[in-house]
Design a protein around this ligand. Structure first.
Ligand SMILES: [Zn+2]
Length: 154
């Protein structure tokens, strides 16, 4: 799930192809990725036959430090996996990522109660609405509904 591979230098043509798939906006706004996504909601892009998380490419292109991503994650300060804004991305360690996820209540099923899980399963609305209402990540909400999380609960 966590990606910590270095990002290669992109040619001018590859860079243009990359930014064409980003909704470039102001410095105080998120820049949504318009291309392919992973099942967990991250932008996904193929560079010379290999798939990368798009926000890692964005960070590398804006800093010129793609080689320094070997062993590191790129974190979203805005908590939007699809965001490509260089102002919302920072390099961090895997430990930073875990701390970030725990702080945002994404560490999985541990923080929810059985009653909350039942409520998520019976509630209507989109996974985004569920996410906002119960303070879980949209992916977690989906997994709970599909019984990939808390599968043992009736
Ligand atoms: Zn953002």
């Amino acid at each position: 799930m966590i990606e910590t591979i270095a990002v290669p230098e992109l040619t001018a043509k590859e860079q243009m192809g990359f930014w064409r798939r980003v909704a470039i906006r102001g410095s105080d706004e998120c820049w949504p990725w318009l291309g392919a996504k992973t099942s967990t909601g991250y932008g996904s892009v193929r560079v010379r036959g290999r798939l990368y998380r798009a926000h890692r490419i964005a960070w590398a292109l804006c800093t010129g430090r793609g080689a320094e991503l070997d062993g590191f994650v790129v974190l979203h300060t805005c908590d939007r996996p699809r965001c490509m804004s260089p102002w919302h991305l920072r390099r961090g360690t895997v430990a930073d990522n875990s701390a970030d996820m725990a702080r945002k209540g994404r560490s999985g099923s541990a923080k929810l109660t059985a009653d909350q899980v039942r409520a998520i399963r019976s509630a209507g609305g989109s996974r985004r609405e569920i996410s906002a209402r119960y303070g879980v990540h949209p992916t977690t909400a989906s997994k709970i509904r599909r019984r990939e999380r808390w599968a043992w609960l009736d």
